[in-house]
Design a protein around this ligand. Structure first.
Ligand code: FAD
Length: 483
């Protein structure tokens, strides 16, 4: 029998829970279908303040997340660039954010994602786990629903005004929107990661920071999840694919050995044996985007739409921010206040711009690292960015970024800008982080700041330029656009 909803959301990760919750908060009928049964494992453990204090507050889970006992993250510590000494990037030194919200968390995603999913059910979303979406249903000129298989093997169809694909990087249905994925040449890396049952912590007040250390083959993350649990991952070049596939655990251990700044923190510490942390996992081909993020009746959010390199911990921010934007467009359409084309153009422009800003920043961040001997870092020079990548990037942001867009001169400027900011960290007093005075960093974190201000004060403190001329404004409740 066909069931009917206003919106069906595919996937119960942060993107799916966010989209479903924000639509349900407007009183609409929402069904969320999740293939697995929570709690389930996912990578992406280091969050940004925009998620913790912005998005989670908008969803109504900020207090629950704060009480969950996750490791407090004050910023990032990097062994990166010319400076041989590690340097800190602290959220608290942002001149514009009030102190209590200048923090984030390192989270076990199984627990964090379950909090968001339960909250979706609490606000009225019909959450069904163990339900795998098999395909989308078509009307003449739009998507009209999905077909799914329930845990007991029975097949069902759902009619809905909108389908939200939030089924992550393994999405089987994203191809209905914007064709196949465009993969970044520049970020065509491989990640191999696992867990230790402990590990040394950085000195306070930075003990909860993410630590990222560059080494000859790439870079490593070191994320303190609990006193007795540390997430350690290597991001390395594609050329290691065969050896990683042959023996992921041996490859992971050998990458850690090649990076003394991380290896020294793990001397005598055993690897974790508790599930799901007892495995070494591999992810590849994770930096991509789509030509379009929506089509009539269907929208892509989170990893189903795009992702780029984990070094700045932007994945969950981009996923939940994109989902919030999509939900606002859906709510505006369901209310009948904005035409569909206009409403989703707003979603797409804002989402692309945010993704593009992070993408540009990441390229210049990689460019900061100097290791002339290493194949990995040689290939990550701005000067090595090829014409295909430039063309692909221009297609991605098409006129949405301020100034001269594209990978090239502007990125070289951004990279020098970052370099100068990091150099000045050495001489800065501790009240104001010079990284925030960098044009590039300021732009990258602008939207995150706006999101937090919106959650705290109802609107960004500064008027923000709409990303497209004559862009739509936000409704008073923050849950939809108004023309
Ligand atoms: P997911 O979290 O993947 O959720 C998708 C859900 O959809 C899953 O629960 C899945 O079971 C379900 N699903 C799939 N198919 C179906 C189907 N057919 N029917 C029903 N349900 C389905 N981000 C950060 O913020 N910080 C980090 O430190 C970070 N580190 C990362 C490191 C690596 C190596 C990688 C690759 C990514 C990292 N990320 C990080 C990114 C982060 O993992 C993702 O951006 C984030 O999980 C995206 O959330 P999502 O909701 O879009 O997808």
């Amino acid at each position: 029998m066909t069931q009917t909803y206003d919106v069906v959301v595919v996937g119960g990760g942060p993107a799916g829970s966010t989209a479903a919750t924000v639509v349900a908060m407007r009183g609409h009928r929402v069904l969320l279908l999740e293939k697995q049964t929570f709690p389930r494992y996912q990578i992406g453990e280091s969050l940004l303040p925009s998620t913790v204090h912005g998005l989670c507050r908008i969803l109504g889970v900020a207090d629950e997340v704060a009480r969950a006992g996750f490791t407090l993250k004050r910023g990032g510590t990097f062994r990166w660039g010319r400076n041989p000494e590690p340097w800190q990037f602290s959220f608290a030194m942002s001149p514009r954010l009030p102190e209590p919200t200048s923090t984030a968390f390192q989270v076990e995603r199984s627990r964090f994602d379950e909090i968001l999913l339960r909250n979706a059910a609490r606000v009225g979303v019909d959450v069904r786990q163990g339900c795998q979406v098999r395909g989308v249903l078509e009307a003449t000129d739009r998507v009209r629903g999905v077909e799914y298989e329930a845990a007991d093997g029975t097949r069902h169809t759902v009619d809905a005004r909108y389908v939200v694909d939030a089924s992550g990087n393994t999405s089987r249905i994203h191809g209905r929107v914007g064709g196949s994925r465009t993969y970044s040449d520049f970020f065509r890396n491989l990640a191999v990661f696992g867990y230790f049952a402990g590990g040394q912590r950085l000195p306070e007040p930075n003990a909860g920071n993410i630590f990222c250390a560059a080494f000859d083959a790439g870079w490593l993350w070191y994320i303190p999840l609990r006193d007795d649990l540390t997430s350690v991952g290597a991001v390395i070049a594609e050329e290691h694919r065969a050896s990683v596939q042959r023996d992921p655990t041996a490859a992971w251990r050998s990458m850690i050995e090649r990076c003394p700044e991380v290896a020294d923190k793990l001397v005598g510490v055993p690897t974790a044996t508790e599930p799901p942390y007892d495995q070494v996992r591999v992810r590849k081909d994770y930096s991509y985007w789509k030509r379009s993020f929506w089509t009539p009746g269907m929208v892509l959010v989170g990893d189903a739409a795009c992702f780029v390199d984990p070094v700045l911990s932007s994945g969950v921010h981009l996923a939940t921010y994109g989902a919030l934007l999509a939900a606002r467009s859906i709510n505006a359409c369901l209310a009948g206040t904005v035409a569909e084309e206009r409403s989703f153009a707003e979603f797409e422009a804002r989402y692309r711009r945010e993704y593009g800003v992070f993408y540009e920043f990441l390229v210049s961040f990689y460019d900061m690292q100097r290791d002339e001997q290493s194949y990995f870092w040689q290939a990550k020079k701005v000067t090595a960015v090829d014409a295909t990548e430039t063309a692909a990037f221009a297609e991605l942001v098409g006129g949405l970024l301020p100034g001269e867009t594209g990978v090239g001169v502007r990125l070289a400027d951004a990279s020098a800008d970052l370099d100068r900011a990091v150099d000045r960290l050495a001489t800065a007093d501790d009240r104001r982080n010079p990284l925030y005075t960098s044009r590039t960093v300021g732009e990258t974190f602008r939207q995150g700041r706006n999101l937090q201000e919106e959650a705290l004060y109802g609107a960004p403190l500064d008027d923000t330029e709409p990303p497209v001329p004559n862009g739509l404004a936000l409704a008073k409740d923050g849950l939809a656009w108004i023309a």
